[in-house]
Design a binder for this molecule. Structure first.
Ligand SMILES: *[C@@H]1O[C@H](CO)[C@@H](O)[C@H](O)[C@H]1NC(C)=O
Ligand SMILES: *[C@@H]1O[C@H](CO)[C@@H](O)[C@H](O)[C@H]1NC(C)=O
Length: 147
């Protein structure tokens, strides 16, 4: 029954196209049939704990890749957006800061002190809800312009 319905619909559609083929209304109708629902980006509260986990994961990766000997820390998330699909994608703008701690030190990171050297970062992190794993997709950090 369903395929018959579609068949009839297509017949009606092509009949309509034939009879009014030059009218712009038909173009709109056909376009609308092919529009895929797009997963849009929506803003997320910058205090959101999942966003902070994602940002910290990105900072961890930043630390493992950066050439500096000092440890960087998340200072604040300035803004964030997310897109929910089969995974959750976060785009995060954050400030990170250099600390007095050495990366090689196995210390309590909460005791590290910021050294007033800040970077503005844009992170993209994916959260896979099936195993609750964060994966850093991209990470770009620049020197924060002096205020
Ligand atoms: C992050 O900052 C950049 C540059 O200012 C901006 O284009 C982008 O939209 C921001 N992203 C988020 C998630 O706020
Ligand atoms: C989590 O699941 C995804 C998709 O199933 C997989 O690609 C990824 O490797 C998994 N991560 C871990 C740490 O198991």
């Amino acid at each position: 029954m369903a395929s018959l319905g579609i068949f009839l619909f297509l017949c009606l559609l092509s009949a309509a196209q034939l009879s009014r083929s030059q009218q712009p209304g038909d173009v709109d109708l056909i376009k609308a049939e092919h529009v895929q629902p797009l997963g849009g980006w929506s803003s997320v509260n910058s205090q959101n704990p999942e966003v902070h986990k994602a940002a910290n994961k990105a900072v961890e990766e930043f630390n493992s890749r950066s050439k500096t000997k000092k440890l960087f820390q998340l200072v604040e998330v300035t803004s964030a957006t997310s897109q929910v699909m089969n995974i959750i994608l976060y785009k995060i703008n954050a400030t990170i800061g250099k600390t007095n701690c050495l990366k090689s030190e196995a210390i309590d990171k909460r005791s590290c002190v910021l050294r007033k050297k800040y970077l503005a970062c844009e992170f993209e992190v994916a959260l896979d809800p099936r195993n609750n794993t964060f994966e850093v997709i991209s990470s770009v950090c620049r020197k924060q312009p002096q205020k």
